[in-house]
Design a protein around this ligand. Sequence first.
Ligand SMILES: Cc1cc2nc3c(=O)[nH]c(=O)nc-3n(C[C@H](O)[C@H](O)[C@H](O)COP(=O)(O)OP(=O)(O)OC[C@H]3O[C@@H](n4cnc5c(N)ncnc54)[C@H](O)[C@@H]3O)c2cc1C
Ligand code: FES
Length: 247
Amino acid sequence: MYKKGLYKVVSNVRLSAKTMQMVLEGDTQYITRSGQFVNVAVEGKFLRRPISVCDYDENTITLLYDVVGEGTRAMSQMEVGTMLDLLTGLGNGFTEDEPTQHPVLLGGGIGCAPLYNLAKKLIARGVEPVVVLGFNSDSDVVAEDMFKELGIATYVATVDGSYGTKGFVTDVIREYDLQGDYFYACGPMPMLRAVCGGLEWSGEVSLDERMACGFGVCMCCSIETKSGVKRICKEGPVFRKEDLIWK
Ligand SMILES: Cc1cc2nc3c(=O)[nH]c(=O)nc-3n(C[C@H](O)[C@H](O)[C@H](O)COP(=O)(O)OP(=O)(O)OC[C@H]3O[C@@H](n4cnc5c(N)ncnc54)[C@H](O)[C@@H]3O)c2cc1C
Ligand code: FES
């Protein structure tokens, strides 16, 4: 179930040249699982902007977002005290109670965001995940400290080799011979394709797609899966690897 509400910006800080972290205060009761997203109304824009919930508690929501266009640029300029119109409780989220003992969390770029709350939930359940983050270059690296502060093994890959392992998240798995039994992944499509095709473990991925309504009405985010047509915003954004068709 989703809900529309007003949220107060309590902090909005830059983490890197392109990534910002925004903390909002308001009603979080409709956010029930890691991997869900909010849809942000930006003044002057017809379509809301979907952003994953990076973290949440009883009355705050943390978002990590890349400034890529007008909507996210407007968000980056919002001052503390600004009221934001959000839809919360959107999407299905990750399977937090998957019976995995050795989960590996794979985040590509800003796809690291929804994995943070998932890592906290897994740790609270007594399971210690390993985190692998992939970025283009050292100047793009964000959230590494956040994951390390949770006390879990955190690896970083950069495409240009300027920080951590040179290459992709899959190269880290090979280099360190990481032994998982399940993966949770979020990132750009080529990364998700490589992860689903390259790892023998079962797992699930959060898909990123242009959206309109964000709550299942317009059908613009539909994809074909092995179990029929699904809406990324409603039945997703998280899908089992086994359910996806890669064309
Ligand atoms: C379920 C979901 C969760 C998301 N979570 C996050 C998040 O946690 N943090 C974050 O930074 N972004 C996230 N995104 C992407 C985010 O919604 C877009 O970056 C944002 O809407 C761009 O708005 P804009 O007005 O700044 O850019 P626009 O002017 O709309 O677009 C600028 C550029 O970004 C590209 N773009 C826009 N939307 C997307 C998209 N969905 N995927 C890929 N490229 C896009 C456009 O093609 C264009 O090149 C998520 C998207 C989805 C569907
Ligand atoms: S964005 Fe409208 S149905 Fe998914």
